[in-house]
Design a protein around this ligand. Sequence first.
Ligand code: UD1
Ligand code: MG
Length: 395
Amino acid sequence: MWEIFILLILSAVAFFITDELIPNLTDLFVKAGLFGIDLCKTSKKKIPEAIGVVSGCVFLITSFLFIPIVFGNGLMDTQHFPHNEFAELLAGLLSICCMLLLGFADDVLDLRWRYKLLLPTVASLPLLVVYYVNFNSTTFVVPIPLRQWLGVSINIGVLYYIYMGMLAVFCTNAINILAGINGLEVGQSVVIAFSIVIFDIIELRGDQYKAHTFSLHIMIPYLATTLALLKHNWYPSKVFVGDTFCYVSGMTFAVVAILSHFSKTVLLFFLPQIINFLYSVPQLFHIIPCPRHRLPKYSEETDLLHASRTIIAKKEMTALTKLILRVLTMLRLIDKTEDNESITINNMTLINLFLIKLGPIPEVQLTTWLMAFQIVCTCVAFVIRYPLASYFYDS
Ligand code: UD1
Ligand code: MG
């Protein structure tokens, strides 16, 4: 356990370094052309973009420094060096490092959506290889009510690897599309990271304590550097985190989910992101027009945010578009206005859904509401994971 205390000290140092570095590096980013305009403000100031690369680098360096500490005993006694655990940590860090590089490339080059799906798949390969070598367990336990038909467990073989690859793609992109207001990308990641840390601490007493210690080794430095980033990205944002941050975060969560074997629990912590993704599907697959930015619309007169909108030309509407609109209207999940030629609806994101339900509100209030929702979902996740899970699984 002593290594966790050293990691806590290293992470505290990492927090202060990140906090110090960010304001010092902002000019460099703006000079290099890496900046964005805050679309929800009156001022059109250049705000440095892709600052996630700073917190990401400090996170990785902290993790690298930690390697000789956690494997210190093994280094003294090379005969009994835990090669498997070492390979796991290295593969995890390699995948995160890969994502940092590819995410930064995306911020600099503004890649197209198909590459955003390809990049995490490629970056997750080291992870899948080490999973194959160390565990290669592709069976999943069937919930008790379904066992009379399916048996106690099912081996899904290669499908399990496809599931893990898709998990990495989902985690990275799900955070990136629940974004656009100050502090939201980082805020949601902090809540998810805290949830994972709490879950690890609870499980440290169980027989999976090794997997949960591994997860803590990754999550603690991640959380420290991300909290420093949040300080600068919170309303009013002095820096934007860029896709770099979303990719690094998503991949970090995927690494612990896969290598610590609790992907279902991590997915429970992603409930708001899953809801946002499902709600976004019609726009992501262009069944309904999807503008470049779906973030809320800022009103200069009132300083409030309104739901942003997309226009669907009636003559271009397919049967599927009509069906989706009818179902969503019935469920009261869209705000729709109509004239002879077109239908106007809100862009389908959780952020806009909050705005159509709560009315126009200030940006900081909206971020706070969404973070509160994320916290409520974590509580729901714990209820599903503990009291409810006993109805579906043996232990
Ligand atoms: C994703 C979303 C897009 C959303 C954007 C906002 C999908 C399919 N894509 O695209 O709808 O508009 O994120 O990040 O859902 N920005 C702000 N305030 C903020 C954060 C960002 O105004 O607090 C703006 C800035 O102009 C910044 C830009 O968003 O430069 C960054 O957008 P980017 O990350 O490139 O968008 P995508 O990830 O492609
Ligand atoms: Mg983005």
